[in-house]
Ligand binder design. Structure first.
Ligand code: SAM
Ligand code: CA
Length: 278
């Protein structure tokens, strides 16, 4: 048998020796046969950076990081990542390989003006700030300024604070306010959404007006720990269910949205990249 490490639970089962010889099971349903406890009684193991990956093994993820990502990670980003390492919610930090992809996308889109929803300590924000020109601007929105301040010293050290307009607020209000001014329509080149999953569809409708034709809208965590592929919701931890439902809804509606070209990439926890077509 081979285990597909698609979710921390699978690894947990292995560690608990509830699966001794591993399995080719791809679904929670089959896994559950071997479980002594229900999935709800399992708290995901304390996650390291690697265990967030949807790849088949930690080793493969480490290989990517060590070979292609860390050697090219700018020093201030590394510092910000280290400043976040002891945060109780450090799992929220964008993975460095995803950050690297973001930088590539930003450059391909010639992004100058961007919107970021969900800043946390600022890994993806600093990645963005380092990727746009010196006179570029990022509207960075988060309901919590405290965590942003953890990354702020690294942002300052990198000399890119002047590109960031941090707004402490629920994002929907900010987007609606921006849309009150017609000048903001189509004024942005890039948007990165990494916040409350239940609002992603609402963000999309607004961002489709704010981001120019040809610009990119990126939605993070669109595989939600692999839970989007679990057919029986009762097998998914209760705390993950509202976001799982919202994410499944979003994935369906983006796939049906002819206004965008899209690709759902299995990087980090799933990143859906949309390009506005009209
Ligand atoms: N992109 C970040 C990074 O690279 O580290 C991670 C963002 S974290 C996954 C999600 C963030 O969204 C949290 O900092 C949280 O405070 C913020 N958030 C949650 N609901 C929000 C809302 N309605 N409006 C704005 N921010 C929100
Ligand atoms: Ca995320």
């Amino acid at each position: 048998y081979i285990v597909h490490f698609t979710h921390p639970y699978h690894k947990r089962l292995l560690q608990n020796r509830q699966i001794t010889k591993c399995s080719r099971f791809k679904t929670f349903e089959k896994i559950q046969v071997l479980m002594e406890k229900s999935p709800d009684q399992f708290t995901p193991k304390k996650q390291t950076e690697g265990s967030k990956s949807l790849l088949q093994s930690e080793e493969l993820f480490e290989y990517i990081l060590e070979t292609s990502v860390y050697p090219r990670e700018p020093e201030p980003l590394k510092e910000l990542r280290e400043a976040t390492a002891n945060h109780p919610m450090k799992v929220m930090c964008t993975t460095p390989d995803e950050g690297q992809l973001m930088a590539l996308l930003l450059n391909l889109a010639n992004a100058k003006k961007t919107i970021e929803i969900g800043v946390f300590t600022g890994y993806s924000l600093l990645r963005t700030a380092l990727s746009i020109p010196d006179d570029g601007k990022i509207i960075a929105i988060d309901t919590n300024r405290e965590s942003y301040e953890i990354g702020l010293p690294s942002i300052r050290k990198a000399g890119v604070e002047h590109k960031i307009d941090f707004i402490e607020s629920p994002a929907l209000e900010v987007l609606d306010k921006l849309l009150e001014d017609a000048k903001n329509e189509g004024a942005f080149d890039f948007a990165f959404v990494d916040a409350d999953k239940v609002n992603y569809c609402n963000y999309h409708e607004r961002l489709m007006k704010l981001v120019r034709v040809g610009g990119l809208l990126c939605y993070d965590n669109t595989l939600w720990g692999g839970s989007v592929a679990v057919s029986d919701e009762s097998l998914v931890p209760v705390s993950m269910r509202p976001s799982r439902r919202a994410t499944m809804e979003l994935n369906k509606s983006l796939a049906a949205d002819r206004r965008v070209q899209l690709s759902q990439v299995a990087v980090g926890d799933g990143l859906t990249i949309c390009r506005r077509l009209y």
